[in-house]
Write a protein that binds this ligand. Structure first.
Ligand SMILES: *Cc1c(COP(=O)(O)O)cnc(C)c1O
Length: 367
């Protein structure tokens, strides 16, 4: 049993360490075979046709927004309850970020709210699968179809999750899906991310933009020649990170099972308001937020008891940078009410049943 608990922690074992060590001693630290193999493994797992591994999910979202053709004078809609990257990627392209309020049961973007914010400038929707639970993708895909929009799923929380009978990342109801492999996420590569798609056209764009906008096709393939046709970035993943990713992905279903067990344990033993899982979802849970009154008090009391909990998230539209778009407190009341009460409990596979009982004991002492 531990004395201190954070809200999340990576799960690394000897096989992960061996996988990385092997690549570090090989010829290719980057641009080698492991990145391709990791991309293929993600395709095999999710059912997507194509995958592009990237340096982190923020880079992946940026590439996806560019590949979607987003530019200044366009608008894209995302959730206010998310990490900054989901909407910063819109700003990177010069487009205007627009938010749509959440469904308080799931803290996911509400398709009915999306409809209220669609204008003639809207080009892209970025639903975020909060805490690992998929958004209502059929409803979102229907809106996208009616208004000719590109859908980019921010699945930073949701590798391993399912929507109806599809894996998140299959892009059955979207154009692209972005995963994060930051250590606090379900599987890790240190820093890292991936974009999946079923479109060859988007795949080719993502690949070129990941590497400076450089193309090497036709006759060029056998020579030193290459052409830069657009302004891209260096958003590559290294081979030793990809080796860690391959090793981690093999354990994903085990992580998912333990994460669901922990969520059910909290649901049954705490009796505190928490998010509801919809019938269409089989989540690989990333977070377990509870809702409490007097959250600030709860946060500090928990810290005194060795529970270093976290708040997911400060509504993005209330950040000072976003004031330039005219946003202010009160614009998205459901997101703001959720934020006032939420606090995420420890959720990661390494927690034992003894740990969980200890955490529950400490929480009940606070209440
Ligand atoms: C973590 C996270 C990101 C960013 O991931 P990085 O890999 O750290 O860039 C984006 N969106 C959401 C919802 C996240 O939680």
């Amino acid at each position: 049993m531990q004395n201190k608990y954070g809200y999340g922690h990576q799960t690394i074992d000897e096989t992960d360490i061996a996988a990385v060590a092997e690549v570090i001693g090989s010829d290719f630290l980057t641009c080698g075979p492991n990145v391709k193999a990791f991309e293929q493994a993600i395709c095999d797992y999710t059912g997507a046709k194509y995958c592009v591994a990237v340096s982190n999910a923020t880079a992946g979202l940026h590439l996806a927004a560019m590949a979607a053709g987003l530019q200044s004078n366009d608008e894209a809609i995302t959730s206010p309850i998310t990490f900054l990257s989901s909407s910063n990627c819109i700003c990177f392209t010069g487009a205007t970020p627009v938010f749509a309020d959440i469904d308080p049961e799931t803290a996911n973007i509400d398709p009915q709210e999306i409809k209220k914010h669609i204008t003639s400038k809207t080009r892209v929707l970025i639903p975020v699968h909060f805490a690992g639970q998929s958004c209502d993708m059929e409803a979102i895909a229907q809106i996208a179809k009616e208004h000719n929009l590109i859908v980019i799923e921010d699945a930073a929380h949701a590798i391993g999750s399912e929507y109806k009978s599809t894996k998140v990342g299959s892009c059955a109801f979207s154009d692209m899906t972005v995963f994060s492999f930051h250590p606090v996420k379900t599987i890790t590569t240190g820093e890292g991310g991936a974009v999946t798609t079923n479109s060859k056209e988007l795949y080719d764009k993502l690949c070129a933009l990941r590497e400076h906008g450089v193309h090497k096709d036709g006759e060029m393939a056998n020579t030193w020649e290459y052409e830069m046709r657009e302004l891209g970035y260096n958003y590559r993943m290294t081979d030793f990170q990809a080796a860690l990713g391959i090793s981690q992905l093999k354990k994903l279903d085990k992580f998912k099972a333990r994460r669901r067990e922990i969520v059910e344990f909290y649901n049954h033993n705490l009796g505190l308001p928490h998010l509801i899982e919809k019938d269409f979802s089989t989540a690989c849970f990333h977070l377990y937020p509870i809702l409490v009154d007097n959250r600030r008090d709860f946060y500090f009391k928990a810290r005194e008891k060795g529970l270093n909990l976290q708040i997911h998230y400060i509504p993005v539209h209330t950040q000072p940078y976003y004031a330039r778009f005219g946003y202010k407190k009160g614009d998205y009341p459901k997101a703001e009410t959720y934020y006032e009460q939420c606090i995420s409990l420890p959720l990661y596979p390494a927690l034992s049943d003894d740990d969980l009982n200890e955490i529950i004991k400490r929480i009940k002492e606070i209440l």
